[in-house]
Design a protein. Structure first.
Length: 131
């Protein structure tokens, strides 16, 4: 095993999600709407609240062990995948684009606060090898 980390839900991702959805809601509320369209705006706000709740619920389930081996095979929640393009590395997170043997694609957003500082540094060193 080349690298392994126990991932936990990211507080930063939760804050970013909340900020995004609240800014969209504020934009809907601040726009001048004709009176006849107010029921549609209320419906849009309800859909936005439902979607926000769903996204936050998904983020809370974001936990488990992520590993990679010498062959650069990444394992996450019983799925094995290989990197399809160089990881996108930011100061606060890394995006891994993976493909399984069956051809299914999935992306992992790995936030800095979802793992230990030691794991974060090791992950950053590891991703430099993909360029």
């Amino acid at each position: 095993m080349r690298w392994q980390s126990e991932l936990t839900p990211s507080a930063l991702a939760r804050c970013v999600t909340l900020a995004l959805y609240l800014s969209i809601a504020a934009g809907l509320l601040l726009l001048p709407w004709p009176t006849r369209l107010i029921p549609i705006v209320v419906g849009l706000l309800l859909l936005l609240i439902i979607e926000l709740r769903y996204r936050l619920h998904l983020q809370q389930r974001w936990r488990g062990v992520l590993t990679t081996d010498e062959n650069r095979c990444w394992c996450w929640q019983q799925q094995r995948g290989w990197v399809t393009r160089p990881p996108f590395v930011l100061p606060f997170g890394v995006i891994l684009s993976l493909r399984t043997q069956q051809g299914k694609r999935f992306s992992l957003w790995l936030m800095r606060d979802s793992m230990s500082e030691t794991s974060w540094r090791a992950l950053r060193r590891l991703t430099k090898g993909y360029y």
